[in-house]
Design a protein around this ligand. Structure first.
Ligand code: DO4
Ligand code: MG
Length: 280
């Protein structure tokens, strides 16, 4: 099931997406449905399928969930680790170590406050000259780390601030509009193989393409359940949180985001997550 949220009767409303239409689930957000499915010991798709209106509405997906917390994993693709090691000449192997070590890198990315949905502005910090999109698979969590579904995510990051000193990571990662999510969540019963998704990123400046690249989640160097296991160790992340699984696409410094650039992340099963960049 492709599920998410629409603006309907002036309210954020959960909806099932079928072809070009949405079937609203009146009076519920996606977070409400996740919570309710746990209380009622049912799956999100069973609950949503039984509650969705027969009315078909034409509405674009908005942010699929207002996440309670967003956590992000890093250096899960060899490319991300080797790029970051090259950025830190004096710290050879610092990131490669994390790529190989049993304990993954996991950091706090923020809350719904810093998240935006499809079509909404993503942020460039005014003190950054090299901000980059990081296209990632997002995992929507139930309680106790259960996987409810998957979405697309953009872990927008100020790479020059991280490059200056790895201790500045939180400032490079967490700020206004640093995380885009959407367009939809595919429930876990429908997306049975998250390790076989072709993901691409295009950055457009007007008519010009300033960057294009692609990867596959087959190159993800960790199992999603291992990432969740480490995330949840002594840290019971609440239901309705999202975990980003790391980037396998690295943009070049010449393609640093400028205001007005449009970043589009695509995975055929999900569609496109497209956002313009602005200075925040
Ligand atoms: O270590 C820095 C962040 C890594 C990251 O966000 C990623 O690999 O996706
Ligand atoms: Mg990332």
């Amino acid at each position: 099931m492709r599920i998410g949220q629409i603006r309907w009767n002036n309210e954020i409303t959960a909806a099932i997406f079928e072809n070009d239409h949405a079937r609203p689930i009146p009076g519920h957000t996606l977070l409400d449905l996740i919570t309710r499915s746990e209380v009622e010991h049912t799956t999100l798709s069973e609950l949503a399928g039984g509650m969705a209106s027969q009315q078909l509405v034409q509405a674009s997906p908005i942010i699929p969930i207002k996440p309670v917390e967003v956590w992000a994993c890093g250096c899960t693709y060899e490319m991300s680790a080797s790029f970051r090691d090259a950025e830190h000449g004096t710290r050879e192997g610092f990131y490669a170590h994390v790529f190989k070590a049993p304990r993954p890198e996991i950091f706090f990315k923020g809350t719904a406050r810093v998240c935006v949905g499809p079509g909404k502005d993503i942020g460039i910090r005014p003190d950054s000259k090299f901000t980059a999109p990081e296209p990632e698979l997002g995992v929507v969590l139930g309680s106790k780390g259960a996987v409810v579904g998957y979405t697309l995510a953009n872990d927008v990051s100020a790479w020059d601030i991280e490059r200056e000193n790895p201790l500045y990571l939180p400032q490079s990662k967490v700020y206004t509009a640093c995380c885009a999510l959407g367009p939809v969540v595919i429930t876990v019963d429908e997306l049975t193989d998250p390790y076989n998704l072709e993901m691409s990123l295009v950055i457009k400046r007007g008519d010009k393409t300033t960057f294009s690249g692609s990867t596959s989640t087959a190159k993800l160097g960790r199992k999603i359940e291992t990432l969740i296991e480490y995330l949840m160790l002594a840290n019971p992340v609440p239901a309705g949180s999202v975990m980003l699984t790391g980037t396998g696409i690295i943009v070049t410094e010449e393609s640093a985001l400028a205001p007005g650039d449009i970043c589009t992340i695509s995975v055929p099963q999900f569609g496109e997550l497209s956002n313009p960049a602005v200075v925040v």
